[in-house]
Design a protein around this ligand. Structure first.
Ligand SMILES: Cc1ncc(COP(=O)(O)O)c(C=O)c1O
Length: 401
């Protein structure tokens, strides 16, 4: 069945990529951008750039207004309640680092941090390094055969020693939704703080962070069709109150002397220096655009396309799916074929997919793999993209197998 995307025309890069002979199937790495965002960036730069929260002049007031409007829009997007619970960072990775440094003072030697076996390095290494700095134990939740965090094992591993849980909502390698609500509930029952990595999850469906029950929720704008250089960190008011300031500089200060200073509370106290003004304004325009997209239709389109992707891969001899992907992406390996060789031949045919360890080396090596090819989908992909991918895959396999 042929599936067209009614949103494809809203993303001018898709046409441009097609003219370059490229089929873009790497949206889990970064997504293409809607015209609405491109227009907003052009408008901001063409009509007067200004710094935020500091200038008394009109351009400064306008930039500050647009910047703060995005905070409201991001809070609405996440059903986060008051917008003061949304902080802007320079990406998901810097949000995790902010948390790992900002919460460090709460830990004592012997305390435990619980993550899972499928975490992206961004939600692994900051905790691993915190554990090393403070002599904590990093507990790794195992996965079921389906590639889902094992909640039975979690019930035993999350204990009164657990001070923090940090887990992904949707795996960037396996394409599996994780039982975040149950895990958060287990951690909360032990009085632990909870962090959800929404970098992939936020792109596929609307989520309610209050219903999830987590203390912190993190995502990157650039995967949600927004500009790069912007991360969003939601924190419950009470949890934000426990964060210590970690980066110091302009505008996060209340009072400063040569030998002492006092700092603003969240959000501004955690946005030291000039923030990514244009990026945040662009994210606001992207959220406006996405608010106009019928979410039910988008979810159906993505689900159908994902089914075509899965079915096509499963059909091919020697192709093995990595795990049991449920949404957004599928990773695979081919018996007797090195993923780098296959990736090379796909690239030569203009297929933009990701190959390698996907910033999850412990997961990939734990699965006994050296790497995998990942095909990931966005709102704008259609079945012609998959047709071109499968033709290229068949050609490559004919050469390699
Ligand atoms: C699940 C997950 N978490 C975190 C990140 C890190 O995001 P960023 O590189 O935008 O900081 C990624 C990016 O691939 C991801 O897929």
């Amino acid at each position: 069945m042929s599936l067209n995307s009614p949103w494809r025309a809203d993303f001018p890069a898709l046409d441009a990529l097609e003219r370059q002979g490229q089929t873009y199937l790497d949206s889990a790495a970064t997504a293409q951008k809607p015209q609405a965002l491109i227009d907003a960036l052009a408008h901001y730069y063409a009509n007067g750039a200004a710094n935020v929260h500091r200038a008394q002049h009109l351009p400064g007031a306008m930039a500050t207004q647009a910047f703060e409007d995005t905070r409201h829009k991001a809070a609405e997007w996440l059903h986060a309640g008051p917008s003061g619970q949304v902080l802007f960072t320079h990406g998901a990775t810097s949000a995790f680092n902010l948390l790992a440094y900002g919460l460090e003072h709460l830990f004592q030697a012997g305390d435990e941090i619980v993550i899972s076996a499928l975490e992206h390095h961004a939600n692994l290494l900051p905790w691993q390094q915190l554990a090393r700095r403070c002599e904590l134990k990093l507990v790794v939740l195992p996965l079921t055969a389906q590639g889902v965090i094992d909640t039975d094992a979690a019930a035993n591993l999350i204990t009164s020693r657990t001070r923090l849980l940090a887990v992904s909502q949707l795996s960037n390698v396996l394409g599996t939704w994780q039982p975040v609500r149950q895990l958060v509930a287990l951690a909360k029952a032990q009085g632990a703080l909870t962090v959800v990595d929404g970098a992939q999850g936020v792109v596929h469906g609307r989520h309610d962070v209050q219903a999830l029950g987590c203390d912190f929720y993190v995502f990157s704008s650039h995967k949600l069709y927004g500009p790069d250089g912007v991360g969003v960190l939601f924190g419950r008011h009470q949890a934000l109150g426990q964060l210590r300031h970690w980066q110091f500089g302009g505008e996060m200060v209340l009072q400063a002397g040569y030998h002492d200073a006092t700092f603003r509370p969240a959000p501004l106290g955690f946005e030291a220096g000039t923030p990514p003004v244009s990026g945040v304004i662009g994210l606001g325009a992207t959220l406006d655009y996405l608010n106009g997209v019928n979410q039910v239709a988008a979810a159906e389109h993505e689900a159908r396309l994902h089914e075509q992707l899965r079915a096509g891969l499963t059909l091919r001899e020697g192709v093995q799916l990595v795990g049991n992907p449920q949404a957004a992406l599928a990773s695979f390996v081919v018996e007797g074929v090195h993923n780098a060789d296959l990736a090379h031949l796909l690239t030569e045919q203009g297929i933009a997919v990701r190959a390698g360890h996907h910033c999850a080396i412990p997961l990939i090596s734990g699965l006994g793999l050296s790497g995998a090819i990942r095909v990931s989908l966005g709102l704008y992909n259609d079945s012609d993209d998959l047709k071109r991918f499968f033709n290229a895959l068949d050609q490559a396999l004919e050469l390699l197998q």
